[in-house]
Design a protein around this ligand. Structure first.
Ligand code: ZN
Length: 201
């Protein structure tokens, strides 16, 4: 620990700057716990030009429990909760999920296509999974997100923006923006102004 602290004090970045990076070759974020999901495939092209913010909680409104990991890894126990019977068969994933304490698990490298958006439309283009990165926040439409989640989302997004220059501010959206009428997340409690302001250098 102390060795690392000494090293970072010599770095050129300000001390408060989150020292994290997205590896361009592997598509893995340095600050994430890695759990490889089987729910992904190759992108049809190299284009990554959209960031989609979601929320999820399993069962809905409950936090913790490890069920989000289970769903994205294809191992959710359909009998563990009545709600799970209807979703355990789904082959879905996101690139990463930010939990209530701010910790992140990454399930799919950003170089690959995760299965998070479903039927979707952005600026006339369908199949947003093809060209987007999907980040889940552990949460619910009717509850505020935590400060730790905003801090981590900012750090992760900054690392993404350094690599994927086509993701401009206008191309950072909520799931509800690309699947209106079908999806409501991240919901009205997600503070877009706060998040967008935090990205300004
Ligand atoms: Zn969503």
């Amino acid at each position: 620990m102390s060795g690392r602290a000494k090293q970072s004090s010599k770095a050129t970045l300000p001390l408060q700057q989150p020292q994290s990076w997205l590896d361009t070759a592997t598509g893995l974020w340095s600050n994430a716990r890695q759990l490889a999901s089987p729910h992904f495939d190759a992108r049809p092209s190299d284009e990554v030009s959209l960031l989609v913010i979601h929320n999820i909680s399993l069962p809905p409104g409950a936090f913790g429990g490890g069920f989000i990991d289970d769903l994205f890894l294809g191992r959710l126990d359909a009998k563990a909760h009545p709600y799970f019977a209807g979703i355990a068969h789904l082959k879905v994933s996101a690139h990463a999920c930010i939990f209530r304490d701010g910790r992140v698990t990454q399930y799919v490298p950003t170089t690959q296509r995760a299965w998070h958006a479903g039927e979707s439309l952005f600026e006339g283009r369908t199949r947003c999974n093809d060209f987007s990165i999907g980040i889940e926040l552990e949460g619910a439409d009717d509850q505020p997100f935590t400060d730790a989640q905003y801090a981590t989302l900012t750090a992760l997004t900054k690392a993404i923006l350094k690599v994927y220059l086509k993701i401009t501010p206008k191309r950072i959206v909520g799931h509800s923006n690309i699947a209106p009428g079908r999806k409501t997340d991240p919901g009205e409690h997600f503070d877009w102004l706060r998040f967008r302001a935090s990205l300004v250098p």
